[in-house]
Design a protein around this ligand. Structure first.
Ligand SMILES: [Zn+2]
Length: 271
């Protein structure tokens, strides 16, 4: 019964998940500047001034959004000021807007006090990982938490359908997210001088609620002086924005491409 249900649901879901290539004007990009308000993210002293992740992510997100809009894309930010926005609200916004992709921008850090140039450095792009046992359990817990009291009284089968549907959507989005992450990472290291740390997976809460391909970019370490100077410079911000535009372009056009073209774009190694 369950197998038949999966087959039927796959057939229904696939046309939704495998977006046909759309023109820039109707390709909706939601950019999420990490943190905001009382949530500073990583923060440290940089000479006399204080650098906070929430400020850097906002500048990077605005620049990427500006460049994408200039190229004709339909772009939204989850915050455009120093606002505190909850993680579920960020993806809820993207879901409501029926975004084609969701990009969350963050800056990395190391716990060490030292903030010199020899500390860990580099750009990495994350996709959501729901493969490990621990994260699967957590994921299930989160999915169960959003079931309303009305649904609780419904039959177990209905709940099954909801969970299978959610799983299939996640699976479909995972391969698309991987393609998007590979394109982003490739362009981020080509367009910038920041070290390549590759594409990785983790259970990031901000990506959990997204109904579309979604990635989280750690655009360098604030605790590393080279990465920090790059992210704070207008040249660096422009370069990161340019890389995002090129990656979105490649991702968008590859949806129309042959399976081989799709495979090539998503054949980067995921750690
Ligand atoms: Zn962050």
């Amino acid at each position: 019964m369950k197998r038949i249900l999966i087959a039927v649901l796959t057939a229904v879901l696939l046309p939704i998940s495998a977006h046909s290539a759309v023109d820039k004007k109707s390709f909706r990009v939601v950019i999420d500047p990490g943190h905001g308000g009382n949530d500073l993210g990583t923060h440290l002293r940089n000479g006399k001034s204080r650098v906070t992740e929430k400020d850097v992510t906002l500048v990077l997100a605005r620049e990427a959004a500006r460049q994408l809009a200039e190229q004709g894309y339909d772009v939204y930010l989850t915050r455009n000021g120093d606002d505190e926005v909850s993680l579920p609200k960020r993806t809820a916004m993207a879901n409501k807007l029926k975004a084609n992709v969701f990009l969350s921008i963050h800056m990395n850090s190391t716990p060490q006090v030292a903030t010199g140039s020899d500390t860990p450095e580099g750009i990495e792009t994350y996709i959501l990982n729901n493969a490990s046992d621990a994260s699967s359990k957590r994921l299930a817990h989160l999915e169960n938490a959003v079931v309303s009291p009305d649904q609780e009284t419904d039959s177990a089968q209905q709940l099954d359908v909801a969970l299978i549907l959610k799983d299939l959507r996640l699976d479909a989005n995972l391969s698309e997210s991987k393609r998007l992450a590979c394109a982003l990472q490739k362009n981020l290291v080509t367009e910038t001088t920041v070290r390549n740390r590759g594409v990785k997976q983790a259970l990031f809460h901000v990506l959990l609620g997204a109904d579309m391909p979604s990635v989280l970019i750690e655009a360098g370490f604030l605790t590393n002086s080279n990465d920090r100077s790059f992210a704070l410079s207008s040249n660096g911000q422009a370069a990161i924005g340019k890389a995002i535009v090129k990656a979105v372009d490649q991702y968008r056009t590859s949806t129309k491409g042959t399976p081989q073209a799709k495979f090539e774009l998503s054949s980067c190694k995921v750690n």
